[in-house]
Design a protein around this ligand. Structure first.
Ligand SMILES: NC(=O)C1=CN([C@@H]2O[C@H](COP(=O)(O)OP(=O)(O)OC[C@H]3O[C@@H](n4cnc5c(N)ncnc54)[C@H](OP(=O)(O)O)[C@@H]3O)[C@@H](O)[C@H]2O)C=CC1
Ligand SMILES: O=C(O)[C@@H]1CCC=N1
Length: 282
C-alpha cells in the first residue's frame, strides 16, 4: 500500500506522534529513502536513524536541518509541541517549495495561524492523529487550508491512510475529535491502569493484575477492530442477565462513569480552545 506513495515526506519533530506516523508509514511499505526526520537531540536522531533506517537530522533554531529537510520534501509533517509549531513554520518558510503541502498535527494551532506563519499560497492541512498510527491502526483527521486543493487532500488521505483510518472534517470539529480520538488512547490506557489497581485491591499480585488488565484491554481492542464491530453488542455479549458483569456496569452507571468520561472529553476540548487563545498572535 505504502508503495503507492511517491512523495518525499519530512517529519519535522519526531517524538510520540510524528514518530508513530513515521513507524506506520514505513511498516506499510513507504520506502525509507522517501522519508527524512528531524529532532533536536543528536543522540535521539542517531537512535531514530538506526531504528528506522531513515535519514534523521538533528536540528536547532541555529542549524539548517529543518530547512534542509523541508526544502527537499513534497509533504512536510510538523510534529513539535503546539508552542513551537509557528516558530518552526516561520523557520522553514524560506526553504519550502511553493507546492509542498504542510501538514500540522499540533493540537490547538489553527489553519489561520499556520497560514499566517507560512509563505502566501502555501498549501496547509491540519490533522489530528493518534498514536495507534504506529500500528497502522490510527485515526487521523484532515481539514483543508485555503490552498489545499481536492487533489492535495486526496494525496494527504493516501499518505495518512498508511497509518490508519482517515476522516475529513471541518476545522471547527477538530477540538471535539481530538477529545475523543486524539487523547482517546490515553483514556484506554488509563482504564487498563485502573483495572489493574482494582485487581490489586481485590487481592491479586500487582504483576498478575497488570497482565490481566493489559491483555484484556488489548483483546477487547482487537475485537473492536474487526469489521462491523459494535461496542454495545460486544459489551452485551459479555453481560449475562443477572450475572457479575451486569452488576459492574450498573455500578459504573450509578456512579456516573459516562458523565465522568464526557466531562473529561469536554475538559480536553476546552483546553484546546484555551491553548489556541494563548498562542494566537505569537
Ligand atoms: N502525543 C499524542 O498522542 C498526540 C500529539 N499530537 C500533537 O503532536 C505534536 C507533538 O506531540 P508529541 O509527539 O506528543 O511530543 P514529543 O515531545 O513526543 O515530540 C516532539 C518532537 O519534536 C522535536 N522538536 C522540538 N523542537 C524541534 C525543532 N525546533 N526542530 C526539530 N525537532 C524539534 C523533539 O525533539 P527532541 O526530543 O530532540 O527535543 C521531539 O522529537 C503536538 O503538537 C501535539 O499537540 C496530536 C495528536 C496526538
Ligand atoms: O495531549 C495533547 O495535547 C495531545 C493532543 C491530543 C493528544 N495529545
Amino acid at each position: 500500500m505504502g508503495n503507492n506513495i511517491s512523495q518525499h515526506i519530512a517529519f519535522l519533530g519526531c517524538g510520540s506522534m510524528n514518530g508513530a506516523i513515521l513507524t506506520g508509514l514505513l511498516a506499510a511499505g513507504v520506502p525509507s529513502g522517501q522519508v527524512t526526520a528531524t529532532v533536536r537531540d543528536p543522540e535521539k536522531a542517531a537512535n531514530l536513524a538506526k531504528r528506522h533506517g531513515v535519514q534523521v537530522l538533528s536540528s536547532t533554531e541555529e542549524t539548517e536541518a529543518n530547512r534542509q529537510a523541508a526544502g527537499g520534501a513534497d509533504v512536510v509533517l510538523l510534529g513539535v509541541k503546539p508552542v513551537g509549531i509557528l516558530d518552526l513554520a516561520r523557520q522553514i518558510s524560506p526553504a519550502l517549495k511553493p507546492g509542498t503541502v504542510v501538514i500540522s498535527v499540533a493540537a490547538a494551532i489553527s489553519i489561520d495561524m499556520l497560514e499566517a506563519a507560512l509563505p502566501q499560497g502555501q498549501p496547509v492541512i491540519r490533522s489530528m492523529p493518534n498514536t495507534p498510527s504506529s500500528l497502522g491502526r490510527g485515526v487521523l483527521s484532515i481539514s483543508a487550508g485555503t490552498h489545499a486543493t481536492a487533489e492535495l487532500m486526496e494525496q494527504a488521505r493516501t499518505i495518512l491512510s498508511a497509518a490508519g483510518t482517515v476522516v475529513e472534517i471541518p476545522e471547527d470539529q477538530v477540538d471535539a475529535l481530538s477529545a475523543v480520538s486524539g487523547s482517546g488512547p490515553a483514556y484506554a490506557f488509563y482504564l487498563a491502569e485502573a483495572m489493574a489497581a482494582a485487581g490489586v485491591k481485590l487481592g491479586l499480585e500487582e504483576d498478575l493484575a497488570k497482565l490481566l488488565a493489559t491483555q484484556t484491554v488489548a483483546g477487547a481492542g482487537y475485537m473492536l477492530a474487526e469489521e462491523g464491530a459494535d461496542a454495545t453488542a460486544l459489551r452485551k455479549a459479555v453481560t449475562s442477565p443477572n450475572g457479575t458483569t451486569e452488576r459492574a456496569i450498573a455500578t459504573f452507571d450509578e456512579q456516573g462513569l459516562p458523565d465522568i468520561i464526557a466531562a473529561g472529553a469536554q475538559a480536553a476540548a476546552e483546553r484546546a480552545g484555551a491553548i489556541t487563545k494563548e498562542l494566537d498572535g505569537r
